[in-house]
Design a protein around this ligand. Structure first.
Ligand code: SAM
Length: 289
């Protein structure tokens, strides 16, 4: 387990992932009934942007650094507001001394009745995450293999909610593990919303992943792709992807408004683009999520 998210916190991939995550949580809040968010690869929750790691790559400058105070078209600004407010709240002065990870962003958006389960396997990261949410009765932090949570932890007792799966992609086979984990989870809890992050780096692996998802028998799979550059010759993180299973009926239109605004700020090359595609069953009847 060599991956350290501190080098990448707040980069363009975090921005897109967390902006989508915030829309999913905001949708769940449209009903009073409590929900649970399960974050299977949670990280440490709060990242110091002046740390040695963050300074070494400087990735956040081309991500959240370009977005936080940017002028935007009003509809996109409104959709991004819950996410950006959560980011601002990580700095007592509302600036960018720190960047919140997925569990802290979710926590900022929860209501009193909602819950978060945050899972992290790296022992040191788990300790930091546990300390961040100490005495917070709405958050449960577990030191556990997140892939296991896709079995035993589902469905949550609230029977409403969202599972974020955001693995580090430092090992071979992570795309296969995502498909397999989703299939196991969906069998136990077909009505949950699932958000799976993936890198756009190895184009063939992405094509195979999309094909496997399209053929896995799960209906209602939306694929969001956001690319900074045209395909690089040498493998490089050219873009970020997110699969959403059982997306809220509002999500597609929100993405059509939000992604162009983000792309205008973050893209690094002409010819790179973004897309939102159904991999399976957009016309299936939507469950009561
Ligand atoms: N979701 C976080 C966010 O958006 O702020 C970032 C997570 S980072 C990409 C992946 C995290 O997964 C790392 O903190 C790593 O230590 C952890 N990790 C790696 N393998 C894991 C496993 N099998 N189960 C749970 N966590 C794992």
């Amino acid at each position: 387990m060599n991956y350290r998210h501190a080098y990448h916190a707040g980069n363009f991939a975090d921005v897109v992932k967390h902006a989508v995550l915030a829309r999913l949580v905001e949708y769940l809040k449209q009903k009073d009934k409590a929900f649970r968010v399960i974050d299977t690869h949670a990280g440490i929750g709060l990242y110091d942007l002046s740390s040695e790691e963050a300074q070494k790559t400087g990735e956040w400058h081309c991500g959240i650094g370009r977005l936080l105070d940017a002028k935007m078209e009003p509809k996109a600004a409104k959709l991004l507001a819950p996410y950006l407010d959560a980011v601002r709240s990580a700095d007592p002065d509302g600036g960018l001394s720190a960047y919140p990870g997925s569990p802290l962003i979710v926590r900022r958006l929860l209501r009193k009745q909602d819950r978060l389960s945050a899972i992290e396997l790296h022992p040191a990261d788990f300790q930091l995450l546990k300390a961040l949410f100490a005495d917070d009765f709405q958050v449960r932090v577990n030191e556990l293999d997140g892939w296991l949570a896709l079995g035993a932890h589902l469905p949550p007792k609230e029977k409403r909610g969202l599972v974020l799966v955001d693995p580090p992609f430092e090992q071979e086979g992570e795309f296969d593990r995502l498909v397999d984990g989703l299939q196991r989870a969906h069998k136990r809890w077909p009505g949950g919303i699932y958000a799976l992050w993936y890198p756009i780096k190895d184009r063939q692996a992405v094509a195979d992943f999309r094909e496997a998802l399209a053929g896995c028998g799960i209906p209602k799979i939306l694929d969001i792709r956001f690319e900074l550059r045209r395909p690089s010759r040498e493998p490089r993180l050219d873009g970020t992807g997110m699969i959403v299973v059982n997306p809220p009926y509002t999500l597609e239109a929100e993405l059509q408004a939000m992604l162009p605004a983000l792309h205008a700020l973050l893209a690094q090359e002409k010819g790179a683009g973004w897309s939102v595609d159904w991999l399976a069953g957009e016309d299936e009847r939507r469950g009561d999520i």
